[in-house]
Design a protein around this ligand. Structure first.
Ligand SMILES: Nc1ncnc2c1ncn2[C@@H]1O[C@H](COP(=O)(O)OP(=O)(O)OP(=O)(O)O)[C@@H](O)[C@H]1O
Length: 261
C-alpha cells in the first residue's frame, strides 16, 4: 500500500495558477478525478508524481516527493500519461517491457518475474496477439491498451492513469474500468482521470472533482454527482437516475443550454 497526499497543493503554469490549494489523501481504492477540460486534472496528477514544480506539499508515504528519486517514485506509482505520443518503433512486447525498468538494475536483463509481469499485463489488456506488431502502427485504441499494459506491468502499489479510456470503444472502456477496479480490489491505489461520468459512478469508490483548479467535491459517487454540481462544474443540465441493477446514480446529460439556470 502507498499513501498519496496533497496538502494545499498549488501549481502555476506560465502566469496562471492552474491548481489551487488542493488537499486530499488516498491510500486505497479506485479514485476518479473528474472535471471539465482545462480544470487542472493532468497538472494535478503530474504534480502528485513530482513532475511539475508546486507550492504546498506532495507526500508519498509521508515523505515529501522532492526527497524521493525518480526511480523510487516510479517503483511506487505507475503512471499512464494522457495521450502519449510514441516516438520509437518498438514492438508491443518491448514497449510493455519498459514498465519493468523501475525494477531493473543498470545493464541487467529481464528475469522470470519481469517476464511474468509483462505476459500478465498483456493478457489482461488483451494485447498479447499484438505482441510482435510495431507500436507506432497501432490504432488509437490498441495503443491505449498497450500503454495501459505497460503501466500495469510495473506492478506498483499505486497507479495514476490520466484518461486511460480515451480512444477505447465501449466494450474496451468497460473492460478498462474492470481492470482498474480489479487493481483496486487487489489493494492498490488507483487514481484515474475520467470523463465518462457513468463509468466513474459505477466503478469508483471515491470521486475528486476539480473546477478551475480547485477541488470542489470529494466523496462517494452517490454523494458527489448531483445535478447541481454537474451544472455548476460542467455547465450541463443532467438527470441523475438511480439505476436499480447497478445501484449507482447515473448522470445522463440532457442538454448543455442554459444548464446552470
Ligand atoms: N505548459 C503550460 N503553460 C501554460 N498553461 C498550461 C500549460 N499546460 C497546461 N496549461 C493550462 O493549464 C490548465 C490546466 O490544464 P490541464 O491539462 O491540467 O487540464 P485538464 O483538466 O487535464 O484538461 P483536459 O480534460 O482537457 O485534459 C489549462 O487551462 C491549460 O491550458
Amino acid at each position: 500500500m502507498v499513501k498519496v497526499e496533497a496538502r494545499e497543493l498549488s501549481v502555476a503554469l506560465g502566469r496562471r495558477e492552474v491548481v489551487r490549494g488542493v488537499s486530499f489523501a488516498a491510500g486505497r481504492g479506485l479514485v476518479g478525478v473528474l472535471g471539465p477540460n482545462g480544470a487542472g486534472k493532468s497538472t494535478l496528477v503530474r504534480a502528485l508524481l513530482g513532475l511539475v514544480p508546486h507550492a504546498g506539499e506532495v507526500r508519498l508515504d509521508e515523505t515529501p516527493i522532492a526527497r524521493l528519486t525518480r526511480a523510487e517514485i516510479a517503483r511506487r506509482v505507475a503512471y499512464l500519461p494522457q495521450g502519449q505520443t510514441l516516438h520509437w518503433p518498438l514492438t508491443v512486447e518491448r514497449l510493455v517491457a519498459l514498465g519493468r525498468l523501475p525494477h531493473l538494475a543498470p545493464f541487467s536483463r529481464l528475469d522470470e518475474a519481469d517476464r511474468t509481469a509483462i505476459e500478465h499485463a498483456m493478457a489482461r489488456t488483451e494485447v498479447t496477439a499484438l505482441r510482435h506488431r510495431t507500436a507506432t502502427e497501432l490504432s488509437g485504441g490498441e495503443r491505449a491498451r498497450v500503454l495501459l499494459a505497460r503501466a500495469l506491468a510495473v506492478e506498483a502499489p499505486a497507479l495514476i492513469a490520466d484518461e486511460p479510456l480515451s480512444s477505447l470503444d465501449p466494450a474496451h472502456a468497460l473492460h478498462g474500468m474492470e481492470l482498474l477496479r480489479a487493481e483496486a480490489d487487489a489493494g492498490r491505489l488507483v487514481l484515474a482521470v475520467l470523463h465518462d461520468l457513468t463509468l466513474a459512478a459505477r466503478f469508483c469508490d471515491r470521486l475528486l472533482v476539480l473546477h478551475d483548479g480547485a477541488l470542489v467535491a470529494d466523496g462517494a459517487p452517490g454523494d458527489v454527482l448531483s445535478a447541481e454540481l454537474l451544472a455548476r462544474v460542467y455547465g450541463v443540465r443532467a438527470f441523475i437516475a438511480d439505476d436499480p441493477p447497478l445501484r449507482v446514480p447515473l448522470a445522463r446529460i440532457v442538454d448543455g443550454a442554459n444548464a446552470a439556470t
